[in-house]
Write a protein that binds this ligand. Sequence first.
Ligand SMILES: [Zn+2]
Length: 285
Amino acid sequence: MSETIWCCPVCGRKLHPADRSLKCEKGHSFDRSRKGDVHLLPSNKMHAKLPGDNPEMVRARRAFLSKGYYAHLLATISQTVCERLPEGGTLLDAGCGEGYYTAGVLHFLDSTGKTAQCYGVDISKTAAGYAAKADSRLDCAVASVFHLPVERASCDMLLSIFSPYCGEEFRRVLRPDGWLIMAIPAARHLWELKAAVYDTPYENAVREYALEGFTFEQSYTVSREIVLDDPQDIAALFAMTPYAYRTGAAERERLAALRTLRTEAAFEVLVYRNTLNKKENSHGI
Ligand SMILES: [Zn+2]
């Protein structure tokens, strides 16, 4: 069993593989589940019995993504990773969900002959379990992206795909010149869906590219029209959006009445490089 990037969520020391568990030198031990993921979320950081997306939500998203509606985004992310990740490099998907993008990237790397050590973290146990099953080479942990149980400066690249951003923590686990690849919805993402449901649809607010501590390198716009003719897919897509939580009864009725939907699926893939300087590094950040 080879070493990993995982650290003990109790004492912070490096975890070493031992049979189906990971153990630190203080004797804290974490078993892998039958699916292969390891639970590294300390109970005092669990603010709910089942934190993160609930199992129903995870399964709906998994079914939606498996139909390839966002394949154009996966293709751009894969290409972006492949061009920059060093051979044999370490990639961590911070907020990997059910592993659609993480496993997809790994398969793309296979097709180019490139190898990588791939890790994923998600706070939802259901999601991390699916991610671990998506590819046996993918090492997944249940954990928060705000407290990554990951060694300092151990990653060549982080992926953050529609996932919460935690700059300080991302910079800690990245190597000094490591890469951060982010995907965010573009202004017109799902415009036609919003126009069908809301009286006054708004474009998504697209934030400034600048991120403290990172050098912005490049952005790619990825867009295509997707056609959904299954009401279940339409419902799953809507539930994946952040505005699903603030939608009233009238809008929900309009959504439920949609039999088919033709809408733009538009994203931005942003490329950053860690600009951690040597002085900060020597202070052990
Ligand atoms: Zn420990």
